[in-house]
Write a new protein. Sequence first.
Length: 282
Amino acid sequence: MGARPARDSSAPLRVGDVGRAGDAGATRHFDDAEYYDVAYRKRRSDVRFYTRLAEESGGPVLEYGIGTGRIAMPIARAGIRVTGVDLSSRMLGGLRTKLGREAPDVRSRLHAVRGDMRTTKLRGRFPLIIAPFNTVLHLYSRTDVERFCAPVRAHLSPSGTFVFDFSLPCPESIGADPERRFGAPRFRHPRSASLVRYGERFQYDPMRQVLLVNGEFSPEDGTPSWTVPLAHRQFFPQEMEALLHYNGFSDLQWYGDFTEDPPGAETDFVVVSCRAARRRRV
């Protein structure tokens, strides 16, 4: 099938094969920028939430996991300067294509850098740093979290705010039978125009708290099927609070599903807002 990314494979991965920064579970889901844009085009509540925060901050904004600009572009259109970091060259290529269709003033306000969010160093500081849509779920170990938190603190202005979101662990997913396939509505692939049947299989490693989702794509025109893995570290709220505390953040605030309300029993995505803690004098 001509629409498939070059590195796709028909063979699904096992959860023991993923769960390390930069491996296939962290990268292959982002190899097809056009499909990514189609798959998440109806996801708008987080766009509105982060755009409002950016406008209130006055900018500039630093976004980790900028991807194809799903959130950064509306922020730039709102008149706020955005700098983005992303590891995927294919997602950044999609961003460049979309930027080419924007007005010159929007293009001038958005700057993207290819790099590892744990190590990329930028000039200047930002009153608002964001990491939307499960970006932090690609920090698979305590060391990954520590290496990420250090540049976040370094890039925050003295009174700046760090805001990110992550999906809460879902019992139905982490407890799912790995052999069971969960079907979803078929869709028309954006490049091939072929109808594709889609399903997912879940595997969970309870010791490493890594959830692997193997997305299975089966074209109805008879061309070969393929599988795309996506590995997410599963963070629980109390665990995340402790990690932020011991990595130098304070003033934590929690929101449910991109509203002003606190998280509740029905919350899917939790939003965390925090600041760099002031150093204590010894």
